[in-house]
Write a protein that binds this ligand. Structure first.
Ligand code: ADP
Ligand code: ZN
Ligand code: ZN
Length: 838
């Protein structure tokens, strides 16, 4: 029954609905706001809203929860505005974000920031408005004339941007003035959410519908145009291009304006035609994403592939995750295709994660041929606008299948059936900086779990984590150990640099064997890949007289010499300087380059093999959007004989004519100071080697080494992953390393050495009091003790694997750090928590 006083209730009456909002602030929780009546219908989980935060800020956030419990400690402020008609984010995503924030010890706001594509992201422009509570007559603070100008502008305009202020005051230094106005509580500062996303529009022209509908009208118009040949020719062209006579009424799309007006046509004639009611102009929103038709059926699987596929399906009966361990070239991708087709045909969504799409364009184009327009690609080299289009395309069902890099886990899927993580061992699946420092493979498994979907982890050289889960039966395990069509695996040669004293005339670090194999390949018109995971010309330059080396002024690392740009560059902070002509320390002119990077290898190979066409693929040559593709195409079309590159060349490339793969410096891969270095070396060398001999000719892999007697080389050459695994696992168990324990790394950063060190020790002592099964190591100066003028000290925590212990430890850890931030001598220290570090 309706209350007698129902209508008398003021609209601003405290509502009984509240929303917890995720805001981009470094505070690990959501904030409760009241939902005004007028928004009740529109607001749900995932809506983007605008709220006032604190006294002075207006922010945009995402609704995380809707409920009826007013906050106990404060009065909830109302939500200002709602940006979305339909929520941009779904409840499953929020669940996923929350898991990620908890597991990786970061703030929900940080996850939100990483998850939303910049085009949907919220804050963009700083603006100000008058504080409604401000009364200029009775202000207790004097307002100076410049401030007054701003207030006057606000009286008139309601709100203005920072740059408007700059114009009004004719100065760039407006920040102090704005701050002062805020302090006087005269204005509010807020971030204006302009959707960065702008749909792409094209102008089109069509004949007015009424002209088409009236019988004989067209003829009449024609007759009347006899004296205006320019108009007549435009109309004629239109009629040639657009079949108007049997045009269904609703599909009168006309023609793109730019197509209608060819050279010589006058835009003013077109205008006249429009003015006279014959044509009309309109705009149509078009996609920025090129439309590609599917051009091939999926292939017939080989019997090996069929067996693997049916094993996978069997495992899926009772397991969520399957490890597909298939050597390079065994045809995993075609198996993925079948599984993806089945998933989307049954109405679910599918996601294929790749390490870094730029590195795997080949696989993307293969998939495009099969899935065409139903496949979205999500990738950091896409523009903001394109990313928003993929995002919305997932919501609208345009892309039931997405291929993407790790950030594609954040897309608004609502019914995932299948996630595939290809090359699941790849280190780049771990986000290093900034937070959330998530491991995309592990997060994919969690996301799958939320969707009740299935996960495939694919690799030739699985991560130890996945392999041990497969061995202990937690994951299904399916093996493909033959190459498709029995293509031969390459021969391995370990080539000793120290034994091979007969250096060539050019004094290059090449063994005779590598040189011979390269020459043979060139002679028989085959191709060569040379792998060296170090870009630039040489890792450092040194003074022969006094031993001086170029060091970064902001980091504890030597500067890499880049010959092409004639610079010394820091690969950690980007600092660069010109190469000195003489030693800055002793003045000697005897500066020598030490060690070889890709740039120098390219140069020396061109001296050794003057007839060869040599290309280079590394970060420096592939920065532009199509740089990578260009080099790849040149190589694929046989315009290059030798390709020198960093790990970029080790992934997913599939070229039939590559018969020789040279690993320039095997020791360098092995000797990285990290408990995973053996695992990584095995993976990297096997991956690069897998590029050889994919066609009919058998390939050769030459690993150059100064210490060829290291045991791991044997295992790599034998391809005995199992033996290698068992031995490594033995060590890991003994010394408490993953997967036997969980690692958390905490880095204390500060610009003052002592403060960083003391801050690390202070936290260490607090952590040692947490009641959990754990081992604490450190704090120790980080491998690179200083980056960008911040000193870093690391503590490593080895935690028992039990989920309860981990949760307890993480919770306590965050409580301790919060406490340090509030009240301790180490307030200003930055503590970076990295869960499951690489
Ligand atoms: P992986 O991903 O395991 O390294 P790929 O899927 O790239 O292997 O397969 C290696 C090569 O064999 C590719 O060129 C692929 O097109 C081809 N191939 C694999 N399976 C089939 C098949 N069933 N029919 C035809 N070609 C296939
Ligand atoms: Zn010197
Ligand atoms: Zn630096």
């Amino acid at each position: 029954m309706e209350s007698l006083f129902g209508n008398l209730e003021p609209l601003t009456h405290t509502p009984n609905k509240f929303a917890d909002i995720i805001l981009p602030v470094p505070i690990p929780r959501m904030f409760t706001y009241a939902i005004p009546r007028e928004f009740l219908e529109q607001i749900s989980i995932g809506s983007r809203v605008i709220v006032q935060f604190g006294k002075k800020k207006i922010l945009t956030g995402i609704v995380g929860k809707v409920h009826a419990n007013p906050p106990s400690a404060y009065e909830a402020k109302p939500i200002f505005d709602v940006l979305d008609e339909q929520p941009s984010v779904n409840p499953m995503q929020i669940q996923f974000w929350s898991w990620m924030a908890d597991y990786y010890c970061c703030d929900l706001g940080e996850v939100m920031h990483a998850a939303l594509p910049a085009g949907l992201r919220l804050s963009s422009e700083s603006r100000i408005q008058l504080n409604p509570e401000f009364d200029p007559e009775n202000s207790q603070y004097p307002i100076d004339p410049r401030e007054n100008k701003i207030l006057e502008a606000l009286e008139n305009a309601g709100e203005i941007s920072y740059s408007d202020c700059e114009v009004i005051l004719e100065t760039k230094t407006i920040l102090p003035i704005i701050k002062s106005l805020v302090a006087k509580e005269a204005i509010l500062v807020f971030e204006k959410i302009q959707e960065k996303y702008t749909p792409k529009k094209v102008s089109r022209i069509r004949i007015q519908q009424k002209v088409l509908e009236e019988k004989g009208k067209l003829q009449e118009i024609f007759d009347s145009l006899g004296k205006s040949p320019k108009q007549e020719s435009i109309l004629l062209k239109y009629l040639q291009e657009v079949p108007v006579l049997n045009q269904p009424e609703r599909n009168n799309r006309g023609i793109e304006k730019s197509k209608l007006l060819s050279e010589g046509d006058s835009p003013s004639s077109l205008k006249t035609l429009i003015k006279n009611g014959i044509f009309e102009a309109f705009e149509e929103i078009v996609s920025r994403i090129d439309s590609i038709e599917a051009t091939r059926e999926s292939v017939e699987l080989s019997s090996e592939q069929k067996r693997a596929l049916s094993e996978i399906k069997d495992h899926f009966e009772d397991k969520q995750t399957v490890l597909l361990q298939g050597i390079t070239g065994s045809g995993k991708t075609e198996i993925y295709v079948k599984l993806i087709q089945e998933a989307i045909e049954s109405g679910s969504q599918a996601l294929l994660l790749l390490p870094e799409i730029a590195l795997t364009t080949q696989i993307v184009s293969r998939l495009k041929q099969v899935f065409g327009d139903r496949m979205g690609v999500y990738h950091s080299k896409y523009s903001d606008n394109e990313r928003v289009e993929v995002w919305n395309g997932v919501i609208q069902g345009r892309f039931p299948f997405v291929v993407g890099v790790r950030s594609s886990l954040f897309l608004p899927f609502d019914s995932l059936g299948l996630i595939i993580v290809d090359e699941e061992h790849e280190a780049s699946y771990k986000q290093f900086d900034p937070a959330p420092r998530f491991q995309a493979r592990d997060s994919a498994i969690m996301l799958s779990y939320f969707h009740q979907a299935k996960t495939i982890l694919g690799s030739a050289t699985p991560s130890f984590e996945s392999y041990s889960n497969a061995r202990n039966g937690k994951y299904g395990h399916v093996i493909l150990d033959k190459r498709y069509k029995d293509a031969k695996l390459p021969d391995f040669h370990l080539s000793s640099l120290s034994e091979d004293k007969r250096k060539n005339l050019l004094k290059l670090d090449t063994t005779r064997l590598l040189r011979e194999k390269i020459q043979q390949a060139l002679d028989s018109n085959q191709q060569v890949l040379i792998f060296q995971n170090r870009r630039g010309y040489s890792p450092y330059i040194q003074c022969e007289s006094c031993g001086w080396t170029g060091q970064c002024i902001q980091c504890d690392v030597s500067l890499t010499y880049h010959q092409f740009t004639s610079e010394l560059r820091c690969h950690y902070c980007g600092y660069k300087e010109e190469v000195p002509t003489a030693c800055p320390q002793c003045g000697s002119g005897d500066l020598k380059t030490m060690g070889m990077g890709t740039e120098q290898i390219e140069e020396s190979l061109s001296l050794l093999f003057p007839e060869a066409r040599i290309g280079r693929m590394d970060l420096d040559t592939t920065r532009s959007k199509h740089g990578y593709q260009r080099i790849l195409d040149e190589f694929a079309h046989g315009h290059l004989d030798i390709l020198v590159g960093t790990q970029m060349i080790s992934k997913g490339l599939d070229f039939e004519r590559v018969t020789v793969v040279g690993i320039w410096d095997g020791d360098r891969i092995l000797n990285f100071p990290d408990f995973r270095s053996g695992e990584r070396a095995f993976q990297q060398i096997t991956q690069v080697a897998g590029r050889a001999g994919r066609g009919n000719a058998k390939g050769d892999v030459i690993i150059q080494s100064r210490k060829p007697d290291q045991h791991i080389y044997d295992q790599i050459i034998k391809g005995d992953f199992d033996e290698f695994y068992l031995q490594e696992m033995h060590d890991r168990k003994q010394f408490f390393y993953p997967p036997y324990v969980k690692l958390i790394k905490i880095t204390a950063r500060h610009q003052d050495y002592k403060t960083a060190e003391q801050g690390a020790i202070f936290l260490h002592n607090k952590m040692s009091q947490i009641d959990a099964k754990k081992i604490l190591l450190g704090p120790e100066k980080a491998l690179i003790g200083k980056i960008k003028n911040q000193y870093q000290f690391e503590t490593l925590i080895k935690l028992d694997r039990s989920g309860a212990i981990q949760n307890h430890f993480k919770k306590e850890l965050r409580r301790i750090i919060d406490q340090i931030k509030i009240d301790s001598p180490y307030k200003s220290v930055r503590y970076v928590i990295d869960v499951d570090p690489n």
